[in-house]
Design a protein around this ligand. Structure first.
Ligand code: NAP
Length: 276
């Protein structure tokens, strides 16, 4: 097949990424003749990758851990949502010398919550975590008009800094204060704790009328999902968000919007099989 443009997901490590599979499905669906690879680039090599390395041959890229902040500093133009998130997950090549950075994580999450028909407007919401992923989802969540949005983090100073940036709409707190925070309609787990030791969360945060969404998926989401199910809440993992943010990136690059639903179904089936 003649390829019109090359794209990649760039991270460190990146071998585990599902993005090549997702974008191959999108390309098949839309008939776009594109190639999409996973490229491991350590942080210290990221700028040269774009200036003098293989990045020069890419029409765009997804950027994942730990490069999202570096990508923000590298690009020549930033979308409003990437500037607000201080993180870039999508790079679009404008011409030979100029790159634009965008962030599709937040819209990806909100579209997946809409798919699930989980309400945001007028609801009491909690986001756990204050890293790159949390920063990317705050504005799209606030735009849906929640009654309140609390952000809880292990290091409270980071939650406080975010609240200062987003204004009084955001209520910061420490993870250790959550026992006194009451019940939430929606709890979004956006920390990286599931990749390591997991989190100890109070049972009072959610009940049978709440929904709980983990941005991680698979093994990393297991602890949070188990906690949420014990509280009687509805639960979902971040696979849907991953597919939705990828669809938005694909649209930014190609001007064609793929259908995320069949790709999400396929990946969910494969994930379920791999956990059998
Ligand atoms: P990050 O920038 O490294 O942020 C890490 C966050 O996790 C910080 O708030 C950190 O707290 C907290 N944390 C880490 N270990 C912890 C622990 N043991 N206990 C309590 N808190 C802990 O990572 P990120 O980019 O925000 O990613 C967060 C998660 O979202 C990851 O699991 C990632 O896979 C997932 N994600 C999913 C999607 C998707 O499309 N589904 C997209 C983006 C991210 P401190 O500030 O105290 O260090």
């Amino acid at each position: 097949m003649t390829v019109d443009a090359r794209y990649a997901v760039v991270g460190h490590p990146v071998a585990h990424s599902l993005s090549p599979q997702i974008h191959a499905q999108f390309a098949r669906q839309t008939g776009e003749r594109v190639d999409y690879a996973a490229i491991d680039v350590p942080p210290e090599a990221f700028a040269d990758f774009w200036r003098t390395g293989p990045g020069r041959g890419l029409a765009g890229a997804n950027v994942t851990l730990p490069l999202k902040g570096l990508a923000r500093d590298l690009v020549d133009q930033l979308s409003e949502r990437a500037a607000e998130a201080a993180a870039v997950n999508t790079i679009i090549r404008l011409d030979q010398h100029r790159l634009r950075g965008d962030n599709t994580d937040g819209i990806g999450l909100v579209r997946d919550l809409e798919r699930l028909e989980w309400p945001l407007g007028g609801r009491r919401l909690l986001v756990i975590g204050a890293g790159g992923a949390a920063r990317g989802i705050l504005r799209p969540l606030l735009d849906r008009g929640p009654a309140s949005l609390t952000i809880a983090n292990r290091t409270p100073a980071r939650a406080i800094a975010l609240a200062a940036r987003f204004g009084s709409e955001l209520v910061p707190c420490a993870l250790t204060e959550l026992g006194a925070a009451g019940r939430f309609d929606g709890v979004i787990h956006a920390s990286a704790a599931g990749h390591a030791v997991g989190l100890e969360l109070p049972a009072t945060l959610a009940d049978k009328d709440s929904w709980c969404y983990d941005l991680s998926y698979g093994h990393a989401a297991r602890g949070f999902v188990t906690w949420a199910r014990a509280a009687g809440a509805r639960t979902a993992e971040g696979l849907g968000m991953l597919v939705e943010q990828a669809a938005e990136s694909f649209f930014l690059w190609r001007g064609v919007r793929p259908d995320p639903a069949p790709v999400h179904r396929l990946l969910s089936k494969e994930q379920a099989k791999s956990h059998e």
